[in-house]
Structures are given as C-alpha cells and as structure tokens.
Design a protein around this ligand. Structure first.
Ligand code: HEM
Length: 491
C-alpha cells in the first residue's frame, strides 16, 4: 500500500528551476496567472542534467499536480506512458524532493526496491501518521533501526498458525455472508466490495486482534477511515496550509473527529486484550502489546495496530472483489475454475493452479496498491533506456504502470488467466503487486491465503454474474464502488 504521489507545497526548493525562482508558491502563482505553463519543461531545457534524466510527462506543472493527486492518477500514468512510448518519466511538482521520477519498467523497479541504500521518503509516508491522531509512527512510515525493530517484532505473526486461524475465521464469516445471501431480497444480489470489506475486516479483527467487531463498529470504522484517508492521505500537497487553517476547513475538522473515533476503537481493542489476555499465541496484537522495546508506549502500540488494521483489510478485500467481478464478467473462466475446485476438497483448494492464475490475473489487471511504492535512491542508478536516476531522486513505482506493460503482457487490459499457464521469466519478474525488497508487504502470505479461501468458497458453491456494474475509484487503493453481483447456487 502506498500513498498517492504528492509533494508538499512550501517545503523547499523546486529542483527543476533556477534557485532565484525557487519559492514554490510564487511559481504556482505565476503558472496559474499565465494559465499555461510548460514552465518547468521550458526552464529545465536549459539544464544539462535534463539530457540524461528521464523526460517530463506532457503538460504543465499545474496539470501534473492535478493528476498526481486525482482519482485519475493510475489511468493518467498509462496514458502518459503510451504517449511518450516510455515507462520512466518525470513529473514536475513543487517540493523539497530532488527529482520526482515515475518508474514503470519492472527491471528498474526491482533494482530500486532491492537496493539496500533505497529508503522511503518520510515527508510523504508520514502523512499516514495523521490517521492515529497523535502522529506516532508505525513501521509503514519509518526507515532505519526503528523500522527494523518494529518489522522484526511483528514478523512472527505471519506464521502458518496465524494463516490457519485467519482462514478458519474467513471461512466462518463467508458462511455467515452466504446464509444472509440466501435470505435477503433480492435473492443472491450483493454489493461485492461492501460484502468483502465486511468479511475480511471481521476475520482479521478476530484472528489477529482477538476482538469480535460488531456490525456498527465495522460500519463506523470504514466510514471514519474513508473520511480520514481522503483528507490526510490524498491532500498532502496542501497539508501544511490545511494544518494552519484546520479550524476553518470543515472537512479537516470532520477528518480529525474521525481519527479520534478510530483511536477509540483501537483503545477498546487494546483494553479487551488487557482484560481477557491472548486467546492464542503469536497473534499480531500479542506481539505488539507484549513488546515494550519495539513499541515503547501505548501510543506507539496503538499506531502500529491501527496501521495493520488499515493495511490488512482494504487491500485484501478489494483484491477479492476485483477477482470475483472479473470471474462474473467471464462465465467460461469461472466455469473452468469451478470444475477444477470440484475435484479438490476445501483443505486442498489452495493447490489449484487455475485458482492461483485467476487471482494473479485479477491482481495484475486491478492492482489495489495502484500507486505502489515510493523510494529515494541511495546511489546513482540507470533505467533500461539509459536514463540516469541520480542519488537522492524520489522514485514512484506505481503497480498500475508496472503490471500493465504491453511489452511484457500481451493485451494487458484483458482478463486472461491462461497467460499464466506458461509465463515467461519476464512476466514473473514483472509481477510485484506486494512490492519487493526489505520494505515489501509483510502480510502477503496472509492476503494470498485469504483470497484463495474466500474466492474458492464462493465460486465452488455459486454461479456468479454481474447484476450492476459500478465505478472505479482511486484514493490510496484502487476500489470498485457500487458493483453488484448475483450469486445463484450451483445445482
Ligand atoms: C492483496 C492484499 C495486499 C496488497 C496488494 C498489499 C500491498 C502492499 C504493498 C505494495 C506494500 C509496499 C508499500 C510501499 O512500499 O509503500 C505493502 C506494505 C505493507 N503491507 Fe501490504 N498488501 C496487502 C495485504 C496486507 C495485509 C493482509 C497486511 C497485514 C495484515 C499488510 C500489511 C502491510 C504492512 C504493515 C506494510 C508495510 C511494511 C513495511 O514497511 O515494512 N498488507 N503492502
């Protein structure tokens, strides 16, 4: 999961421009006044480094700012790559960051992500700290020794034990959902994203946090999280000004109130753990609550728990809902999957190669972490095309761009699980929806197991079709909103 691409206005120099013009607000004002401005492209033409740095995306600085903070960001990236015939390009955004470079080549992405000198730009990631209201950091927003101690302390939670418990809980909650499906009118019709968010959140809360979340708590949590994420994660370019004038901005006040309610929920979960003790060993909550060296204060424990809560449920739930929708749109593929699953038992569903191919292809076509990872490079690197990424550059690695490369995947915008039957080495190398390197997704084994369990459970029992197509939204994750599927019991 990564933050939308954003810099912070008013933070420092605009690296593409001569120093004398370096007040970002002035530049924005001039660009606005002129109403045009290929400003940065024109000025950067004078600089020698522009010959070897990747080219700029077309459009003015204002256009870049608009696009990288908009819901259109993933689609704009695909569009720019096609127009430029180039998957590495610069964007022009006023901020203290050195060069802002989009990386869509998997080979270059891999080099950056696995380089030990690469690190997260904290000025971007720290926006997530607003979500816990007090600004304490969790591993997602850290580098160095503090990141390492938190990552190490939590790693054991993703053992096969937790995965088994999580799978059992996911199956139980899917069963409850299936029962409701049979009784609710219109029969068998459900909002796929809402349903999966509820199943995944309940399963995660029970198996990883030893807490049974109520329907009201779950609905409130999702509402509050959305308010907070829209304000704090997608408006980072104007964060500083929104901080100064927060009392004047109603959305900001509402978002702050939402973060307080998220905090209250986490406090209830922590109190529940303290009152009742651990239900089983090695859960996320136990590893965090019992470790006073990696998580020194209650505030730090709360921040880390909330981070897991957020990172662990939306990503998995939307990935499942995308795969189910792809299967619903493609009845033949769905029938083939059902036939494969029928030859297996629920205990062996996960061994189905075709199931893995269907999931992989859904994650490739609709990568929930569409904006991917962001890293500052710790040494000079080169792209495949020979462009230089100077040390200190900020590289944005959007999964949407990496996983939809037509040079690697034929007809990339087509849902075609069979492409994974005999994948090339390049296709495999390019498939990095959980990112790579030391700061990759810590929860990927859990997410994979959960996706396999829930999708198999639903597809083996139901014939799923599209009742109503919804819309795609992007902020922080790639979501589908309002898509309704119909599930009819297979005879
Ligand atoms: C399909 C589901 C998921 C996807 C696609 C996904 C994707 C990602 C990606 C791309 C990153 C790297 C973000 C970056 O570099 O900025 C990441 C990091 C992370 N993910 Fe996931 N994730 C998923 C599920 C989960 C689950 C189930 C959990 C935990 C319960 C989780 C916890 C985390 C955490 C804590 C990090 C930060 C790791 C670090 O900085 O060391 N994720 N995830």
């Amino acid at each position: 999961m990564a933050l939308p691409l954003s810099g912070r206005v008013g933070d420092g120099l605009v690296d593409e421009l001569p120093l004398v013009w370096s007040t970002p607000l002035l530049i924005c004002a001039i660009a606005t006044f002129l109403g045009v401005a290929k400003v940065t492209s024109l000025l950067s033409g004078n600089r020698k480094s522009a010959e070897t740095l990747p080219p700029y995306a077309p459009g003015s600085m204002l256009k870049h700012i608009e696009m990288v903070t908009s819901k259109e960001y993933p689609w704009w990236l695909l569009d720019v790559a096609e127009k430029l015939g180039q998957r590495c390009f610069r964007v022009s955004i006023p901020s203290s960051m050195k060069n802002k470079i989009i990386i869509g080549e998997h080979t270059t992405a891999r080099r950056i992500l696995t380089d030990p000198l690469s690190s997260k730009p904290i000025e971007i990631y720290s926006a997530m700290r607003f979500l816990n209201n007090k600004g304490d950091p969790g591993m997602f927003t850290l580098n160095g020794p503090s990141w390492h101690s938190k990552r190490k302390a939590s790693a054991n939670a993703f053992s096969s034990n937790l995965i088994r418990r999580m799978n059992e809980a996911a199956l139980d909650y899917t069963d409850v959902f299936v029962e409701n499906l049979k009784s609710e009118e219109p029969r068998g019709v459900f909002d796929v994203s809402e349903a999966m968010l509820s199943v995944v959140l309940s399963a995660l809360t029970e198996s990883a946090f030893d807490y049974v979340i109520s329907v009201e708590e779950s609905a409130d949590m999702m509402h509050d999280l959305e308010l907070a994420l829209i304000e704090f994660a997608s408006k980072t370019p104007t964060q500083i000004h929104r901080n100064w004038f927060s009392w004047l901005i109603p959305e900001r006040r509402r978002a702050v109130a939402a973060t307080l309610r998220l905090r209250e929920l986490m406090c209830r979960i922590m109190n529940n753990y303290r009152e009742n003790g651990p239900k089983s060993d090695g859960t996320i909550i136990q590893l965090i609550m019992e470790n006073d060296s990696a998580f020194k204060t209650d505030d730090e424990k709360l921040a880390q728990l909330l981070e897991f809560f957020i990172a662990g449920h939306e990503t998995t739930a939307y990935s499942i809902s995308w795969v189910l929708t792809c299967l619903a749109r493609n009845p033949q593929i769905q029938a083939k999957l059902r036939s494969e699953l029928s030859a297996l038992t629920p205990q062996t569903w996960s061994q189905s190669k075709y199931l893995q191919m269907c999931i992989k292809e859904g994650m490739r076509l609709y990568p929930v972490a569409a904006a991917g990872s962001i890293r500052n490079v710790g040494k000079d690197l080169k792209t495949e095309g020979g462009f230089i990424l100077p040390k200190g550059s900020t590289c944005f690695i959007p999964m949407m761009l990496v996983l939809n490369n037509p040079d690697v995947y034929e007809n990339p915008r087509e849902y075609n699980p069979s492409r994974w039957e005999h994948p090339t080495r390049e296709m495999m190398d390019c498939f990095i929806p959980f990112s790579l390197g030391k700061q990759n997704c810590i929860g990927q084994s859990l997410a994979n197991a959960e996706m396999q369990t829930i999708i198999s459970r639903l597809c083996s029992e139901f014939d799923i079709s599209v009742e109503e197509e919804g819309r795609i939204e992007f902020f922080l994750t790639l979501k589908q909103i309002g898509t309704k599927l119909r599930a009819k019991k297979v005879e």
